[in-house]
Design a protein around this ligand. Structure first.
Ligand SMILES: [Zn+2]
Ligand SMILES: [Zn+2]
Length: 316
């Protein structure tokens, strides 16, 4: 079967062995998979060990489980789930759980078939409602990451939030914040993206002091922008890796009593909330993904990096 892999740092479609169902779990025939920003970072780092693809939509073709899933179900599934009992899990730092980091889909999300464990079926798998758009339901995991960030910001009822960077994640973040009842705004240095964000109900107001700024941009230039617009006493939520050594200076944080926190990956509860928000139609997901064939994955990558598209959904 066909599977995507980095070989000597190059993206290649290889002929891999189809996974077999030995223990509990399921074999999933992949229908499509979103190309995540974190996949792009791994591809750029030329990390041959990287397991690519975790925003998977697929059909269960073989199953051995105690869950309610059955053969023929079309599901959306993501890669990591925590152990629930370690020193990190009891402190709710689920994505720091060593077990969480070790879990994954096998061999990867960009494969004709993959093996999902019983734990994946229990914690990270959801049934796709009939006739729901596959490239829309594939947003369950990325939106869940945003939901976690909004929850971690822990804001007062009438808070104003600003999302910096209005790419696919920015559009989700700003909408997630709105769903929590906050006044949600967004800013992008690209005026076209700023304008397109209006289609998702997102605008920018430079006269507001923001209680929280969500950093979805991977550019260090967003840091001074965050410091400019965050209210004294406000919170900056780091949500993206930035290449190089950049950060917030001690005195910004001290004199303005700022909180700089981060949010990385979702919890199991965040995935559930995300699935509900999406299937209840609370997030506008129109025209965020662009669909590519499996053999077009390199152009999908290039178009995402160049900003030609927001996000790629790869059909297997
Ligand atoms: Zn993702
Ligand atoms: Zn744990």
């Amino acid at each position: 079967m066909k599977s995507l892999k980095l070989i000597n740092g190059n993206l290649e479609i290889i002929d891999a062995q189809k996974p077999v169902l030995k223990d509990a779990g399921a074999i999933i025939k992949v229908i499509g998979c979103g190309l995540c920003g974190s996949d792009i970072v791994k591809i750029r780092e030329k990390d041959d060990r990287a397991i690519l693809g975790h925003e998977v939509v697929g059909e269960i073709v073989e199953i051995n489980t105690k869950t309610d899933f059955k053969k023929g179900d079309v599901v959306v599934i993501s890669h990591h789930y925590p152990c629930g009992t370690c020193e990190y899990c009891v402190r709710k730092s689920y994505s720091m759980c060593r077990f969480f980091k070790s879990t994954n889909l096998f061999p990867c999300g960009f494969s004709e078939y993959l093996y999902a464990s019983e734990g994946h079926l229990e914690h990270t798998t959801f049934k796709v409602p009939n006739s729901f758009k596959y490239d829309h339901i594939a947003f369950v995991e990325p939106l869940a990451c945003c939901i976690r960030a909004v929850e971690r910001a822990d804001l007062i009822k009438d808070a104003n939030t600003l999302t910096l960077g209005l790419g696919s994640i920015g559009l989700l973040m700003a909408q997630a914040s709105k769903n929590f009842g906050y006044s949600s705004y967004g800013f992008d240095i690209d005026s076209k993206r700023q304008e397109s964000a209006l289609n998702y109900g997102i605008k920018f107001d430079e006269n507001i002091k923001y209680d929280a700024v969500f950093m979805t941009s991977g550019s260090h230039h967003a840091i001074p922008t965050a410091l400019k617009y965050v209210r004294d006493g406000g919170k900056i939520i780091v949500f993206s890796s930035v290449k190089g050594d950049f950060g917030y200076t001690n005195n910004d944080i001290y004199y303005r009593e700022l909180s700089v926190i981060s949010s990385y990956s979702p919890s199991v509860d965040n995935l559930k909330t995300s699935y509900k928000m999406i299937t209840q139609g609370k997030i506008n997901l129109d025209n965020i993904s662009t669909t590519y064939g499996f053999n077009e994955v390199v152009s999908a990558l290039e178009d995402t990096v160049s900003g030609k598209i927001y996000k790629a959904y790869i059909e297997l």
